[in-house]
Ligand binder design. Sequence first.
Ligand code: WTA
Length: 652
Amino acid sequence: MAETRKWVEPDPKRENWFWPTDELRERAWAADPKIYEEAAADPLAFWAKRAEEISWFRRWDKVYEEEPYAFRWFLGGKLNLSYNSLDRHVEAGRGDKVALIWEPEPPDEPNRILTYKELLAEVSRLANALKSLGVKKGDRVGIYLPMIPEAIVAMQAVVRIGAVHSVVFSAFSAEALRDRMLDCEAKVLITADGYYRRGKLVSLKPNADKGIAGTKVEKVIVVRRAGNEVPWNEGRDIWYHEITKDQPAECPPEEMDAEDLAFILYTSGTTGKPKGVMHTTGGYAVQAYTTCKWDFNLHEDDVHWCTADVGWITGHTYINYGPLMNGVTTVVYEGSPDYPDYGRMWATIQKHKVTVYYTAPTAIRMHVKWGEDWPKKYDLSSLRVLGTVGEPINEEAWLWYFKHIGGERCPIIDTWWQTETGATCVEALPGIGPFIPTVAGRPFPGIRAKILDAGGQPVPPGEGGYLVLEPPFPPSLLRGLWGDPEKYKATYFGEYGPRYYFTRDGARMDEVGNIRITGRVDDVMNVAGHRLATAEVEDALTQHPLVSEVAVVSRPDEVKGEVPIAFALLKAGAQPSDELKRELIKTVDQHIGPTARPAEIYFVEDLPKTRSGKIMRRVLKALVRGEPVGDVTTLRNPESVDHLKELVGYEG
Ligand code: WTA
């Protein structure tokens, strides 16, 4: 029977505040709040100490260096992410420890379980296979894989030989794949025949084929997962099991410079074109390792389950590199949380005795809707720490998660971070607390954050403003945008200059430094945990031949956090219809993927515009949110707003 002791206790004075128990403090890596002051006094010494816990082929000469718009960590240090994730545990005699548990979606299919030794051998075989295809240090390799063990194997194999992975979410469309493959000029793509989702077989290979047409991809390695028939291009396509079969199970890890590129991950900015966020090796390794260890208080016996997809940064850092560098067991689940029923996640926790569960507020809200009878059916007493990420969590969802999943025993670690930061930056630490619904917590030790007003002045405690990070910048913060140094500067260091990294999030901070995130301040949405620009959805919709102009804004949604709402102006002669709505949804599916589908499409005759012809999205946003629309007299066509009010049933 797993332990059911309480790890947290309520604050006697403040409702819904919780603190770690003495026992949790004793077990915690960071239990003394003094660590914050110590780290703040000398952040470089703090991070250097953390860096000593991972393995280096050569120690760094200098911890940190900075100039405007550029900074470097662990200069001169040499290491390898895959060596740190695998070899070092095997060399320490922990080769038989379970590294990865794969839970396939079909409930009757057996789990795949890989020890550190087995995972290392598998990674080495694929690494050798990639070399045999001519992949060299610095080359880009695309990964378009579902949630199967090979997704982890592929990322590890790529970084093992010093190549650079760019993972694309498997539910993204062929076109989204192509944009990314074109931009990063990948030479090889690793994909699969298909996978299972909600009980259905989803074919992936045809998408991959379409997605690489016209790109520089020369070879495609295909994992056989679902056994479905797939189109085949002789000479270009190779089965994973065939190319790895005769490869040696040893492959020496490439000695990477701390500042060598490790991976590129595309994410949404404010324009229609995704940005290739660049992460380097040393700083990323240190912060991914440390935050995973401290946030979730990882020990030798932990079974860590992060429910994100490997296509997102959360999957990169907290399914793959973070847990594996810490030598714990990581769980990879293939499918949907409601298959075969609403209890799947809880059944899986019970089955594998999961101790750390890390998910998104949108998922929690879905479970709230499905009801607490589902988790009640299962033994969740193995859980010690719960985590959330991706968007602000509302109090109701937090308390439900705390009570019905954590049994009022487990701390909830609400981690704020971004694709750009590579690893968590703001959260309460399990051994220190406090754990407060809707409040993420303090900046991680060694990280400096401030809340500024629009003019760049710090705002007083409790007041709203913009969240920025200050030097020394976090070790795992992005080093650039692939192929676009100007955009990198403008996006992150434009508003406040090179002294501050602008997160583009609104926030407030209390006297102690606890931060509450209020959400994005730009046109980026968080839709069911997926980061998406309104401009991307607009770009997709305007590809439809009958659409003349379109504006997309976000609206809060009870379950998904936010959803896109579209206002479409049709070309002359085109008639609005439900059929056309369905076609538009299909267009979005084709260009981005189903995650980007608008929750509502309004056909309009006019869009509110400024005198210079810019669409006033602010007005549309207010309309769909029922907020005050404000002054519209400066618009070129103020009368359009009245029509829109009627259309959306505005009662603001
Ligand atoms: C939001 C996901 C509130 C925020 C790791 C950020 C959050 C964006 C939190 C990054 C949180 C992430 N509380 N908001 N705990 N975590 N966000 O790049 O707006 O997919 O800027 O990275 O998600 O989304 P991304």
